[in-house]
Design a protein. Structure first.
Length: 368
């Protein structure tokens, strides 16, 4: 592992580049380093600390995928079975027969992203210049019904045929997986994941929110929406029902490292299920980039090799967790500002010093 001084410097450089606050934990075998830089509240100057709870966004998808694969292992779900076999009312007729559980997990179902319909102001990239952040603020206490959100995504024009690549990264898929888990287990997906993934991994600070608030010590979470919210607005109090099984989880950087370490050690799902999670397909991300995506995991090329994990972003909060293939080297980092890049005349995000500083931090943490 790099020296604590090097890691601290790299962390502080992200803060100096414009990030209000961030915190991280790095593991290399038995060595563990944790650090924090900046403030949790720009108004009071309250500092961030490495043990803070944080909204981790789409990292939730890895937990959901693991839970589904546990049910595949028990024989309750067929990974390549049609989703219409389990949820005929939600995905009826030919699409229900053609779209498999695997296609939901790896985003090749063709289902549209419901967020573009739940939040009318949201537009696909690169039309960001046409958006307004007001709809985010207006919906901060809205309690969405997952069935209503699923209907939006399923009834919208399909992105492509079932199983076609590139697929479309769509939260509609993971809300459907939540309904699938509830159907086969007889309890809510959140309860199943809590009992069989979170508690099984011994995670003490990871939970699905039961209100718009984050329980326990946490940072404020600032959304800039590409420079359209100036100064960035605090979205730390927000009803996460819009994200559900695709992005509502609260965790800590230590819990994330523990979870991914156990996952890659074969202690959350079996080695054969883990191999399935690492089988990737081409998917169009929310940033309009083609990425390789597995079953709730994707590879990241960094100095020192290829690392596996997931990133996440919600209004004001971001997180990234990555682990080496052997599970020995890990990094989880949380940031309390999102969408800091301003837009150019074509509506595309411009480079920002934060981007380079974060890349440097990842390199220091993962190169060893």
């Amino acid at each position: 592992m790099r020296s604590p001084a090097e890691l601290n410097t790299a962390l502080k450089n992200v803060h100096r580049a414009g990030m209000p606050g961030l915190f991280a934990e790095v593991r290399d075998g038995d060595q563990v380093w944790c650090g924090a830089a900046g403030v949790a509240d720009v108004a009071t100057g309250r500092p961030v600390s490495a043990d803070m709870r944080h909204r981790v966004g789409s990292i939730t998808k890895t937990f959901t995928a693991a839970a589904v694969l546990q049910q595949v292992e028990s024989g309750q779900i067929g990974l390549d079975a049609p989703i219409g076999h389990y949820l005929p009312k939600l995905v009826p007729a030919e699409r229900g027969d053609a779209i498999t559980v695997r296609m939901l997990i790896n985003h090749t179902s063709g289902f549209a992203e419901f967020l573009r319909y739940a939040y009318p102001a949201l537009k696909p990239f690169p039309a960001l210049a046409d958006t307004t952040p007001q709809s985010h603020y207006d919906h901060r206490f809205t309690r969405f019904d997952p069935l209503g959100l699923i209907e939006m995504g399923v009834s919208a024009p399909a992105f492509g045929p079932p199983g076609g690549t590139p697929g479309l990264y769509s939260n509609t898929n993971y809300l459907l997986l939540g309904q699938l888990l509830e159907q086969v287990t007889g309890i809510t997906a959140e309860k199943y994941i809590t009992q069989n993934v979170i508690e099984r991994a011994g995670l003490r600070d990871t939970e699905f929110p039961d209100s718009p608030h984050v329980n326990g010590p946490h940072s404020q979470m600032y959304e800039a929406w590409f420079g359209m919210i100036e100064p960035p607005h605090d979205f730390s109090v927000f009803d996460m029902s819009y994200a559900g099984l695709g992005g509502s989880l609260i965790s800590t950087v230590a819990d994330l490292n523990r979870f991914f370490g156990l996952l890659f050690a074969g202690e959350i799902v079996s080695p054969s299920s883990l191999a399935e999670m690492r089988r990737t397909v081409r998917v169009l991300s929310q940033e309009s980039k083609i990425i390789d995506y597995g079953l709730g995991l994707y590879p990241m090329e960094m100095p020192g090799g290829t690392f596996w994990g997931h990133g996440g972003t919600v209004w004001g909060a971001g997180a990234l967790a990555m682990t080496s293939a052997d599970g020995k080297r890990q990094m989880s980092v949380a940031t309390n500002l999102q969408r800091w890049n301003k837009l150019d005349s074509s509506g595309r995000p411009q480079p920002h010093p934060i981007d380079d500083a974060l890349a440097a931090l990842y390199g220091v943490a993962m190169h060893g």
